[in-house]
Design a protein around this ligand. Structure first.
Ligand SMILES: CC(C)(COP(=O)(O)OP(=O)(O)OC[C@H]1O[C@@H](n2cnc3c(N)ncnc32)[C@H](O)[C@@H]1OP(=O)(O)O)[C@@H](O)C(=O)NCCC(=O)NCCS
Length: 221
């Protein structure tokens, strides 16, 4: 079972500066920009097929924020560097997983990080947040599907203690999660609060810079 938080990578890099925020309806446009910026090979890894722009647009339009949880990491310009989608489904919808849990739902996780922001711990932090969110939502089975060639994702899954089954060039990874506790509830609430404050600072800085750039004295620089 994975630890409650992983604060450093195996290479010793700190992950504490990566803030993961739960996204909402107002992020749909930013989500679309994030996914459309993925190149063909990343679309293949993320969606299992090279999804064309129209289908990516439809996927983003159909994201249901009231049913699923979508997490993001913003840069200073409020662009989404990374996105994790935790889709909750009734366990009966996945016949292979029906016997894996006594809970009513299971969760499937998909993640993508902008190519310019990889190797900084964003993918791992999104995964950790998804796992703790599952526990707090009374879901004990986290599932992930990826290509067996996706060494980076398999590394993240393995590090988190996931059980990995490889077949025909594809890999299914499962993680059994413990129940929610006051610790997991607090950890998620604190993370969300930090991410909210971080977002506020970035939004205010961006607005202030926009205003400053309109001043004649700035234009003459
Ligand atoms: C998979 C992906 C989300 C990882 O995001 P990321 O932010 O770069 O991930 P992190 O920085 O948290 O971690 C990367 C880890 O993989 C390791 N890694 C990188 N390349 C690797 C490789 N070729 N083989 C094995 N491990 C590798 C890094 O060393 C790091 O390990 P560490 O944390 O122990 O130091 C990102 O590469 C991506 O968006 N890929 C395209 C979409 C995709 O594959 N999605 C997953 C399927 S749902």
């Amino acid at each position: 079972m994975m630890p409650d938080t992983i604060t450093a990578s195996s290479s010793g890099k700190s992950r504490s500066a990566v803030r993961v925020k739960e996204l909402s309806e107002r992020d749909r446009r930013r989500l679309l920009m994030h996914f459309l910026a993925l190149d063909d090979s990343d679309r293949l890894l993320r969606f299992g097929t090279v999804l064309p722009d129209e289908l990516i647009t439809r996927y983003v339009q159909r994201l249901d924020f009231s049913r699923d949880a979508v997490f993001g990491v913003y840069d200073d310009n409020l662009r989404l560097l990374g996105v994790g989608h935790l889709a909750f489904t009734p366990k009966e919808a996945s016949p292979t997983l029906t016997n894996a849990t006594l809970k009513a739902r299971i969760a499937e996780f998909g993640v993508s990080v902008a190519s310019s922001a990889r190797g900084m711990g964003i993918g791992s932090k999104l995964f950790e947040r998804a796992a703790i969110h599952c526990r707090n939502e009374d879901v004990d089975t986290l599932y992930m599907h990826c290509l067996s060639s996706n060494q980076t994702m398999i590394h993240i899954a393995y590090k988190a203690g996931m059980e990995i089954h490889r077949e025909y060039g594809e890999a299914d990874a499962y993680l059994k999660l413990g129940p929610a506790s006051p610790g997991t509830m607090l950890a998620e609430a604190v993370e969300e609060q930090f991410a909210f404050l971080d977002y506020g600072v970035k939004a205010n800085t961006k607005a202030a810079l926009k205003w400053l750039r309109k001043l004649p004295s700035w234009k003459n620089k």
